[in-house]
Design a protein around this ligand. Structure first.
Ligand SMILES: [Zn+2]
Length: 133
């Protein structure tokens, strides 16, 4: 029997959902509470309100979708209604990692990253093995 191969976009979504899950775990406390990076609202892990957000949006800057400096936990309001709450995102990102790294990230925003099927598969494997829970 031939197994149907997952499409590239499916692999990308799978990688993103694991990437985002690891991110949320990293910022959550022992009770499973995590703060929105940009407004400070407290959220429960594994709820639709608790999302992985981007400073430079994945739609406009797909090459930075998996960049660790570009992604933080956000609430639904900041991520969706406020489109990432970018101004606040930048201020807090500078507080956390410093202006130099934020500028380095911004300088890469038009980088083209072409990930192949095996890149995604490798990433998924690594993210699965990296669970802190
Ligand atoms: Zn928020």
């Amino acid at each position: 029997m031939v197994k149907k191969k997952k499409s590239l976009s499916k692999l990308k979504e799978e990688a993103w959902s694991l990437f985002s899950a690891r991110l949320k775990e990293r910022y959550a406390d022992d009770e499973g509470n995590v703060r929105c990076f940009t407004c400070g609202a407290v959220m429960k892990l594994n709820t639709t309100n608790c999302q992985g957000g981007h400073y430079l949006s994945r739609g406009a800057y797909p090459g930075l979708m998996f960049h660790p400096d570009n992604s933080r936990v956000q609430c639904y309001r900041c991520n969706c209604h406020l489109h990432g709450n970018t101004v606040e995102f930048r201020i807090r990102l500078i507080e956390e990692i410093g202006l130099e790294r934020v500028e380095a990230l911004e300088a890469q925003r038009h980088v083209q990253v072409k990930l192949t099927r095996s890149d995604y598969e490798k990433m998924i494997e690594e993210l699965k093995n990296n669970s802190n829970t």
